[in-house]
Write a protein that binds this ligand. Structure first.
Ligand code: PMP
Length: 361
């Protein structure tokens, strides 16, 4: 393939072409050092500048309320599922979870290995095709925290508003929609995300945490304590330096696009275009989740039967589209339109969908 694919992968996912080209230009000789960023010491000033810049840029994009720190941790968002209860769920406390989809399910499973849990709200009865109404949420006594998943990547749902949890710390898995829209960081005690959708390549999870959440949990293994990352500026051991460099470049790109408001406008346009195509298809395409819960990042839809869905995937691949098959656990189709997916890809998809419909109805 000589041109870039129409990449709708769910993660790892499309990165901005400008960022890839910038990285390519300095791949073998970063800043006249005679080596790539991957080949230099993580204790040297050149790498450390990139590391610190990525942290500062991220806080600045989020409006930098004071008291928050950015940590870079390996093991993906899945390791955070375990680290959160290990670090924050104390004796006599209960970890509260909003059960919104497959990823919330995975998160609570890890917490159950560590201590007491409580489902504060759930839409499991709808097979997660809707979101639980957070107004009906019931927190347990002695709640250590409330864990929320802002965007369910597999089902294609996204919370539009976040709950006020008062003195109970709100912790949010934003793996699949971080930096896709503005939000008020002050509402959260901690936000985290695997990088491989909106932030950069896989291999690093970004944790933005209110400093006063972190206590010295010496009973835990060193690498599983947030304190280790906080005390050592995420440089206790060798960090995933190339990934962090790429995150810094993606953050620059977001700034160039007008920050979070800028990317949100782009994202709404792209998602709007595709949802319109679904809604105006006379039922040929059917959105999987109810309209209020729809995600601007992961658009899930179905056709009349699985045979036709298979045909859609096959023909889309022949036409240069990648990643439109739904997650294996739910089937159907899914277009992931993260920040870096160009508007032209969304337009091309809509044209393809219209053509496919007229060929097959
Ligand atoms: N949470 C959400 C919402 C996700 O989409 C994913 C990955 N698709 C994860 C957690 C797990 O992330 P990782 O693969 O980085 O462990």
């Amino acid at each position: 393939m000589s041109k870039r694919a129409y990449n709708f992968n769910a993660g790892p996912a499309a990165l901005p072409l400008e960022v890839l080209e910038r990285a390519q230009a300095e791949f073998v000789n970063y800043g006249n050092t005679g080596m790539s960023i991957m080949e230099m010491s993580h204790r040297g000033p050149v790498y450390e500048a990139v590391h610190n810049e990525a942290q500062e840029r991220l806080l600045s994009l989020l409006g930098s309320p004071s008291g928050y720190k950015v940590l870079f941790i390996q093991g993906g968002a899945s390791t955070q599922f375990a680290m959160i209860p290990m670090n924050f769920l104390g004796q006599g406390q209960t970890a509260n979870y909003v059960m919104s989809g497959s990823w919330a399910d995975k998160a609570i499973k890890e917490a159950k290995l560590i201590g007491e849990t409580h489902e504060a709200a759930s839409s499991k009865e709808s097979k997660y095709m809707s979101l639980p109404d957070l107004k009906d949420m019931k927190l347990s006594d002695h709640a250590a925290y409330l864990h929320l998943t802002s965007n369910e990547t597999i089902e294609g749902t996204q919370f539009k508003e976040f709950p006020d949890t008062g003195s109970v710390p709100l912790i949010c898995d934003m793996s699949s929609d971080i930096l896709s829209r503005p939000f008020d960081l002050n509402q959260f005690a901690m936000v985290y995300a695997g990088a491989q959708k909106n932030l950069g390549p896989s291999g690093v999870a970004v944790v933005i945490v209110r400093e006063d959440m972190i206590t010295d949990s010496k009973h835990l293994p060193t690498m599983l304590r947030y304190q280790t990352y906080l005390a050592n500026n995420s440089l206790y051991n060798t960090p995933p330096s190339f990934g962090i460099y790429m995150i810094n470049e993606v953050l620059k790109w977001i700034e160039e696009k007008g920050g979070l408001q800028g990317v949100q406008a782009m994202n709404r346009k792209k998602a709007g275009l595709i949802y319109d195509a679904i809604d105006h298809s006379d039922g040929f395409y059917r959105g999987c989740v109810n309209a209020e819960a729809r995600s601007d990042m992961n658009i899930t839809f179905r056709l009349a039967n699985e045979e036709l869905e298979k045909q859609f995937v096959k023909e889309s691949e022949q036409a240069g589209f990648v990643g439109l098959k739904g997650h294996r656990s739910v089937g159907g189709l899914r277009a992931s339109v993260y920040n870096a997916v160009p508007y032209e890809s969304a337009q091309a998809l809509v044209e393809f969908m219209q053509q496919f419909k007229s060929n097959h109805s």
